[in-house]
Design a protein around this ligand. Sequence first.
Ligand code: SAH
Ligand code: SF4
Length: 388
Amino acid sequence: MSVNLLDFDANALAGFCVEIGEKPFRARQLLRWIHRSGEADFAGMSDLAKGLRDKLSATAVIEPPQVISDHAAADGTRKWLLSVGAGNGIETVFIPETSRGTLCVSSQVGCALACTFCSTGRQGFNRNLTVAEIIGQLWWANKALAGTSNGEPIVELEGIPDGQKGVYPPNHPNIQNRSRAVTNVVMMGMGEPLANFENVVTALDLMLDDNAYGLSRRRVTVSTSGLVPAMDRLRERCPVALAVSLHAPNDVLRDELVPINKKYPIKELLAACQRYLQSAPRDFITFEYVMLDGVNDSLGHAHELVQLVRDTPCKFNLIPFNPFPNSGYRRSSPEAVRRFRDVLMEAGLVTTVRKTRGDDIAAACGQLAGKVHDKTRRTSRGIVEVAR
Ligand code: SAH
Ligand code: SF4
């Protein structure tokens, strides 16, 4: 059976090259073709010998998840529904901004952590995504967005001697500095990334690899609901920027909203944040805080929060709740959000209010897979099923 090369990071690809009787350095060439150029066909890898291309075609494939649908919102946000087999779908969202383009990547089909305000959490857990399915989201987005206003294909041929400029075809991996649509990745789509640790870390390695996507650690963010031991492992293995979903200023309320808090309460979570900061590429943790009307949005909660994080270097991102059917919650009023933010800001905490993007295509936080696509139906557990 063919192996899917999208499952391999640089080391695994080197191992594969040795297995098929090639020199390990071929891995670098392959990595560039696959991830830099978005080439899925070995026949198009023009600087590989014909014999090698044939050998690759016989033993391997480059297979991202299949795209089922593609939606563009009025504000430029794009959402793709990707099939991950057995009738399951996952969603990937691209959010263009003036100076960057952020891709929101999913890590699991469903999620076991059952946060009460989260549509993915309400679906229950189905399975972890493979490396190919995680990195395939970035692979696909860069390809789909190439040539759009947010992803001008090639801007310069840096490092290539003058005489040789222009000899490479547009998608040749020797072309450096191709400006890509996706400049930032946030692991904030469906699922808890740290509950799918190995596959997520391998995908992160590829995001950071100069021969693949070459993103800096500061531009790749893992968001977690607070799996403390896995936060420590991430710090050791692959310290990227970290966002922590706090959502409550005390254990009583957090136990209710984010059930994993019963296992790893706030004190342990904040201690893990302090440890993480020792290796983090940024000198603060981003705390996410969903604003739920009448639940966690009072001025009292804001003051309690200020006290709670007084020893933790952090920024706050307030997320107005994105509703979904039968959620049982309402979004806090803009006035409540503003007053809450003012309390944090007055205490010296940098606080942003997340703009709700793409809500006309149900692409906002916590809405992913919240709505069943025309061609989809729900299983008894609510996982999106793609009709065949
Ligand atoms: N599982 C990870 C990452 C995915 S969720 C985590 O929980 O951090 C990304 C962010 O969206 C989290 O902060 C999450 O709490 C938030 N979120 C979930 N449902 C939401 C909703 N309905 N409205 C607004 N934000 C939501
Ligand atoms: Fe899972 Fe994150 Fe949703 Fe909680 S908020 S259920 S951890 S995806």
